[in-house]
Ligand binder design. Structure first.
Ligand SMILES: *Cc1c(COP(=O)(O)O)cnc(C)c1O
Length: 395
């Protein structure tokens, strides 16, 4: 395989990880649609068993399309190794199960992805793994939460829905000198905007479902870092089985080729939209790390190349008004998720937190007037116009 790692990100996105001359001269990496790989003779089985031959054996242990996608992702994140999973949650749960054992302790920040928090708070306890939830960006609380049995620190940056930014330098100052594995879910940042590994974070996780695949058409997750850390997790995945299939691997490769192009456009679209919303009198507050009004704007400017494409805002605290607004949108679609070419908008109070009581939502900071917009690659003027007409008509 040719090495494109000296090249810039746009070139790596197109070429890294892939074989230059495929079967039949195919310019694209083939979808090797098979569950198993046959042996020519018994000699080949022996060679594989003795480690004298590198080849594929069975789909759950890895396949060629997956391998190409993993190598491309490693090149983009500038990581030694990448492992693909069937979803972001599969990457998170398999990694944490492997890194933790009974009697261990884990620290996680309070505005992490809802299902990750759920897993840590409600399920790991069954295996006698203790979990402390600390306030995001409260660095003193993070340090104070450390116990002799703390093995993992898990956080995200930026977070959902307020786009809080973890200061990665301070994070490694606290955890770097200890024997604690620091994991960052970097889904909202992507390797285009932020490289946590450069700051000493040990493992990076992405829901590749979002910006990396980029087209709202597949689920997958990726874990990246040094091989000495990823190797045991790759072995464990062969048992837990949450593997990515050949078709999704191919779609991910295809999506990744335009990843830098899409991110450039998404960063600039989101900045335009955020600035426009901030100037709109019907909007009480806008949360976007690219705005100087964001509490972590300075940290974001220091450690990020761009500010991503999620913009959160507050209109008046009236659920009826918000639902009216959402139903008047003509271009933006109502739906969870983010990172695709289509703009998606959600009302966290009704879409993600509907099972919570109003009091619980208040405690979590999920107000009725809160709206999360995942900006897409449409023309920014059209996005802004769509929001304006829906706000005006919702009164
Ligand atoms: C979506 C998401 C996940 C979960 O990923 P799936 O691919 O949906 O399993 C984890 N973390 C963050 C920050 C996400 O946005």
């Amino acid at each position: 395989m040719d090495d494109y790692n000296k090249n810039k990100i746009a070139t790596r996105a197109v070429h890294s990880g892939e074989v230059r001359f495929n079967e039949y001269g195919s310019v694209t990496t083939p979808i090797v649609q098979t569950s198993t790989f046959i042996f020519r003779n018994v000699e080949e089985i022996r060679k594989l068993a003795d480690g004298d031959m590198e080849r594929f054996e069975y789909g759950r242990y890895g396949h060629p399309t997956q391998l190409a996608a993993e190598r491309k992702l490693a090149a983009l994140e500038e990581a030694e190794d990448a492992i693909l999973f069937s979803s972001g949650m599969s990457a998170i749960t398999t990694s944490l199960f492997m890194l933790l054992k009974a009697g261990d302790h884990l620290i996680i920040t309070d505005d992490a992805y809802k299902r990750t928090l759920d897993f840590c708070k409600s399920y790991l306890g069954r295996y006698n793994i203790e979990c402390t939830v600390v306030r995001m960006c409260d660095y003193e609380a993070m340090e104070n939460a450390i116990q002799p049995n703390t093995k993992v620190f898990f956080s995200e940056s930026p977070t959902n829905p307020y786009l809080n930014i973890m200061d990665l330098e301070r994070l490694t100052e606290i955890f770097g000198k200890r024997d604690i594995t620091v994991i960052s879910d970097s889904t909202f940042a992507t390797p285009f905007n932020q490289k946590p590994l450069e700051y000493g974070v040990h493992l990076v996780i992405h829901s590749a479902t979002k910006y990396l695949a980029g087209h709202n058409d597949l689920l997958s997750g990726v874990l990246l870092g040094k091989k000495e850390l990823t190797d045991p997790i790759r072995e464990f995945l062969k048992i837990t089985g949450g593997v990515i299939d050949p078709n999704s691997s191919y779609l991910l490769i295809r999506g990744l080729k335009t990843f830098p192009l899409r991110m450039e456009r998404l960063n600039s679209n989101a900045q335009v939209v955020a600035e426009h919303l901030e100037a709109n009198a019907k909007i009480n507050r806008v949360y976007y790390p690219g705005l100087s009004s964001h509490p972590h704007h300075d940290v974001a400017k220091r450690q990020m190349k761009g500010f991503g494409a999620v913009v959160t805002f507050e209109v008046k605290d009236d659920a009826e008004y918000v639902l009216n607004f959402l139903s008047r949108l003509k271009i933006l679609s109502i739906g969870p998720s983010l990172g695709g070419v289509e703009s998606l908008i959600t009302h966290p109070a009704t879409i993600s937190y509907y099972m919570h009581t109003p009091e619980e939502r208040m405690e979590l900071g999920i107000k009725d007037g809160l709206i999360r917009l995942a900006v897409g690659i449409e023309d920014p003027e059209d996005i802004v116009e769509d929001i304006d007409q829906a706000l005006a008509g919702a009164e």
